[in-house]
Design a protein around this ligand. Structure first.
Ligand SMILES: *Cc1c(COP(=O)(O)O)cnc(C)c1O
Length: 470
């Protein structure tokens, strides 16, 4: 059995994989991490070189579920999770330039990388809940993208009811339709007459209401959930194995368009597991807290500015707390102190020794909207590749890295592409002159029936609505 601990632990409490997945956030406000990281030896890696994606995912995820999910059940969960992807390789690698590859993580049902983890998490939840004969109510607020990925992950499962709030008339038509055309009886789309912040406040208020929370067995599927992280580790291992087998790659750099730090944190775990990661490149837009932190050693929030890469418009990167825990020598007291200070008082700084260690692993690159557009433009011109603005930020980070430290023969850089260009057609057309058409699976979206409820920005009415659904 693999034990899990909270990054803010003050005692010897340990949890198992199922508990950690169902709880999401630890009761002390911390994030769960394994007490010891499983390892894949170089020999085992070598033996897996030609295994398909789902087989690698199983080998990667299995040790994290030790003692909770049996191996066959895990196979079935993984199989169901990735059978809806429209590419046989699940996460194909596209060569862009010498030593530079794009790994496309957007071949799932909602065309964004969130599907890689949420499709897995949906089936995992379903499995655990069936085993326990339990039912969950999942509530969330979305400004567009996460909502549809969560809905696609939970549709048609009678172990879960999903209530997804979005700000009425403030998400794009495609984003709305991706959510509201899912007519499964367990999916409830609610358009709130208010802003995204109003939606988030309503969700927070629901969770803060202990009675309601217990009555409906409330849960969330947000990016700090360990079940999402494990699914993301798999594609880092996959990329390494594929390039090592086909190109003789020995050292690998990953460039990741980053928001909440969930995606790149999975790369950090993959490195701990044995993938020879040379560097992890953080790409940010103008919401650059991580870039500033790596420069200065001080973590300081700023107000969020809207950009052409909205899924990275964040104020803080929650999953970074897991790296902080390691930097502090896994001292939960120290993490608690720092995080409480950060929330109540403001900026915190790490000492030089910690920053040196951090910079050995990570480097950060920032691109504003104009720079992002320029990456999309020259990429298309030079290689014919069309990237969405999020993916372009990862590719831009990779290009800058290679420019500053030319690659050695057996190095490869993999930039993670996190959204299909058709999800952000206006930005893509503006930069490249090409309007990317919706892939076949979404082409009929405009003709499909929608179902949604409109509610005022009112907690009481929201609670009544949730109670009334059967
Ligand atoms: C969520 C998201 C990101 C950011 O990923 P994190 O795990 O939050 O760092 C980047 N690009 C797209 C398209 C996303 O949906």
């Amino acid at each position: 059995m693999l034990d899990y601990i909270s990054t803010r632990r003050r005692d010897d409490v340990v949890k198992n994989f199922e508990e950690v997945v169902l709880e999401g956030l630890a009761a002390d406000g911390g994030l769960y991490v394994p007490a010891a990281c499983p390892v894949i030896t170089p020999d085992e890696m070598h033996a897996m070189r030609n295994v398909p994606y789902t087989g690698i995912a199983h080998r990667v995820i299995q040790p994290f579920t030790e003692g909770c999910i049996d191996s066959d059940a895990l196979y079935r969960i993984i199989d169901k999770a990735y059978k809806n992807f429209d590419h046989p390789e699940i996460a194909p690698l596209v060569p862009i330039d010498k030593g530079l590859y794009v790994m496309e993580l957007f071949h799932g049902p909602t065309l964004a990388f969130k599907d890689m983890a949420l499709q897995f998490l949906g089936h995992l939840f379903d499995h655990i809940l069936q085993k326990r004969d339990k039912k969950l109510t999942i509530v969330g607020a979305t400004s567009g993208d996460t909502g549809s990925a969560a809905i696609e992950a939970c549709r048609d499962k009678d172990t879960m009811d999903v209530f997804m709030l979005h700000p009425k008339d403030r998400v794009s038509e495609v984003q709305r339709r991706q959510m509201t055309t899912v007519l499964s009886p367990n999916i409830h789309n609610i358009a709130i007459e208010g802003s995204f912040d109003d939606c988030q406040d309503l969700v927070k208020a629901l969770f803060a209401d202990q009675d309601f929370r217990a009555e409906k067995n409330l849960s969330a599927v947000n990016s700090i959930n360990w079940g999402r992280i494990v699914a993301q580790i798999a594609y880092y291992v996959y990329a390494y194995l594929k390039l090592s087998s086909e190109k003789g790659t020995e050292n690998i750099v990953f460039a990741v368009p980053t928001g909440n730090f969930g995606n790149i944190y999975a790369g950090y775990v993959a490195s701990s597991m044995g993938v020879p990661v040379k560097k992890l490149l953080i790409g940010t837009n103008s919401n650059d807290i991580l870039f500033r932190f790596l420069e200065s050693g001080t973590m300081k929030t700023e107000t969020v500015v809207p950009t052409t890469s909205p899924s990275m418009d964040i104020q803080i990167s929650s999953n970074f707390e897991r790296v902080l825990f390691d930097l502090y020598g896994r001292d939960g007291e120290a993490v608690t102190g720092t995080m409480q200070y950060f929330r109540s008082k403001g900026p915190f700084a790490l000492d030089d020794a910690m920053m040196t260690r951090l910079r050995e692993i990570f480097a950060a690159y920032r691109f504003d909207d104009a720079a992002t557009k320029e990456i999309m433009r020259h990429l298309h011109k030079q290689s014919g590749y069309i990237a969405d603005p999020h993916s372009a930020i990862g590719i831009g980070a990779a290009e800058k890295y290679i420019w500053n430290s030319p690659l050695e023969e057996k190095d490869a850089v993999v930039a993670l592409a996190t959204a299909h260009p058709a999800k952000f057609p206006d930005a893509v057309e503006d930069a490249t002159g090409h309007f990317p058409p919706l892939p076949a699976r979404l082409a009929g979206l405009h003709r499909q029936e929608e179902r949604l409820s409109v509610l005022p920005n009112d907690l009481q009415q929201l609670k009544t609505f949730i109670r009334e659904q059967k």
